[in-house]
Design a protein around this ligand. Sequence first.
Ligand SMILES: [Zn+2]
Length: 267
Amino acid sequence: MKLWGDYLRNGCPVCDGSSIERGAWKIPLKPLDNLGQVGGVSLPYAATLDAPLLFQFDQCKACGSVFGNPIPRFQAHTAADAARHAEINAVESYRFRFAQFRQHYPIQHGAFLDAACGAGEFLDLAASEDGSRWTRLIGIDLCQAYVDNIRAGAWRHKGIVADLDEADVGNLIGGPVAFCVLNEAFEHLKHPAQVVDKLTAVLSPNGRIFFSAQLLGSELPIRPSESVYVTNRGLDLVLSRAGLTLVKRWDQCGRALVVAEKLTTTS
Ligand SMILES: [Zn+2]
């Protein structure tokens, strides 16, 4: 049976380990011409036994993380779905998570970057709740419609359309940031650990990053729409390779939520 996806990862996206068990999980899928609704979520496939394709997950032998391989090269369905929702700024539904990570802001003030900003909910909350501590509020997203909206919105945030896997983030934002958010995005990236490295590189000394990641072995099943599942070992490796030290980790609804600080070298 044919595999879904056309981009083949040649190693673990969490730890870069090259020793992987191919096809550890396979899920039969039927691609849909239009996005289908499953439990209120728009998906480009239906999981059915009447399926012409298989979505395959590999498992890393070094860190145990599980990841879709191959995956669709372009997350066109993600961008299309986002475009349909770009008018909806669901700021109230973001308030709970915002309240959790804002307890762990860095000491210093500076720029705030939401690296997968969607409709700009966290940017709006950061502006309205903590506006005095942020010198700039910057949002990056794959979806042009989202970025158009955050530029035109009440707060006139700086918006950048970019694919984090490909982008030179430092060049795009033009200066260091004190706090960076990567919410509900890690599992949609081709190489999420490399993206965490890039985002850490744009943090100012002792700047902090908040990110979420799907946890393997949580109460939620593996789904093709979330193509990377990390282990505790994998998360430790993501932090250590980026030069981050853990500030706070908590788990919620099948996700690991992490605040970490950029280590600064003293000489
Ligand atoms: Zn790994």
